[in-house]
Design a protein around this ligand. Structure first.
Ligand SMILES: [Zn+2]
Ligand SMILES: [Zn+2]
Length: 181
């Protein structure tokens, strides 16, 4: 199957008796145009739509993404920080798995056909219909290890903003101490 386009998604949804409301279409458009490797939380999606002046209420977004995930249109990802992120669930062979840094949530996508093969076999054996197959591997990224993970890092440290943020936190700490005295 080729990667989804809005039209092929519409056709697929129709074939399953599911209506693509204008709001759901807006949401799909955002995911469709998301650069590879990006995943959005409901809040981030809400902000993005807001910026485009296509605002949808957060409660509608929560409901829509949940429903779309259950339909297998979106993928729900539990990243290390705990709240859910979403991405378009591309059909095989355009699917992928995730390697997530538990310190900074840096997420690397990778492909692996044998994971898929095992899952298909298992699904068929149990008489299930396969909706999505994703493996999430938790790890610690090389930047965090270099910075002395876990002991030397504040819990909210993030690789991408590493040095600047770290210094920022340190200076905030100093200010707090000063004000207590
Ligand atoms: Zn992904
Ligand atoms: Zn990291």
């Amino acid at each position: 199957m080729p990667p989804y386009t809005i039209n092929s998604l519409k056709a697929e949804l129709n074939s399953r008796g599911w209506r693509l409301t204008p709001q759901r279409e807006k949401i799909l458009h955002v995911f469709q145009n998301l650069p590879r490797g990006n995943h959005l939380s409901a809040e981030e999606l809400c902000n993005l739509l807001d910026e485009r002046e296509e605002a949808i209420s957060l409660s509608t977004i929560y409901r829509s993404v949940k429903l779309m995930a259950r339909m297998g249109i979106l993928r729900e990802l539990e990243l290390a920080e705990g709240h859910k992120h979403y991405e378009l669930n591309q059909p095989y062979p355009h699917d992928h798995h995730h390697l997530v840094c538990v310190q900074c949530n840096k997420t690397i996508e990778f492909k692996n056909d044998s994971i898929r093969k095992h899952s298909v076999k298992q699904t068929e054996r149990e008489g299930f219909q396969l909706i999505d197959c994703q493996l999430t591997v938790m790890g610690v990224c090389p930047e965090a290890i270099r910075m002395g993970w876990p002991s030397a890092l504040p819990t909210n440290w993030s690789c991408s903003r590493a040095i600047a943020e770290y210094n920022h936190h340190v200076s905030i700490d100093t200010t707090d101490h000063a004000s207590e005295e």
